[in-house]
Ligand binder design. Structure first.
Ligand code: ZN
Length: 142
């Protein structure tokens, strides 16, 4: 287990841009504002999206393409450092017109409308590095 204590930093609210790619927009905001650690949540809607399911046996992400407008019913994530740069790890619950729900790792999505909240956390750098057991880039003791 790894536990770190942080102080609260800046709180940001952002309206993301219609038609843009959501992970790209989040990444731009956290890098331009040098947010090195934090948590985030988003609500809104996407025109289309791709979520990932991580196969725990093969250690490969399986992509699920959603080619219809969906509500971004719930979306949360965290911010830490990957390869020296602020990186957002984002999960989402998406819902379609007939009540279908998709959930998982949000790989990409085209924004219809989205409202982002970021809570910056101030403290020692929290760095992701490859974990041999899971095959994922996890927070490390670095
Ligand atoms: Zn994930």
């Amino acid at each position: 287990m790894l536990i770190r204590e942080f102080e609260s930093g800046r709180s940001l609210l952002a309206r993301l841009d219609h038609g843009e790619e959501i992970i790209g927009q989040i990444t731009s905001i956290i890098r331009e504002n040098d947010i090195r650690a934090g948590q985030l949540n988003i609500i809104g809607a996407l025109e289309q999206a791709e979520i990932g399911y991580y196969d725990q046996v093969t250690h490969i992400y399986q992509g699920v393409q959603i080619n219809e407008p969906v509500e971004l019913a719930s979306c949360s994530g965290n911010i830490s450092l990957l390869k020296g740069q602020p990186y957002a790890h984002v999960h989402a619950v998406l819902s379609g017109m007939t009540g279908t729900v998709w959930a998982g790792h949000l790989t990409s999505g085209r924004i219809f409308a989205a409202e982002l909240y970021i809570q910056e956390l101030i403290g020692r750098d929290l760095i992701r590095s490859p974990d041999s057991v899971t095959g994922l880039n996890l927070w490390s003791e670095e």
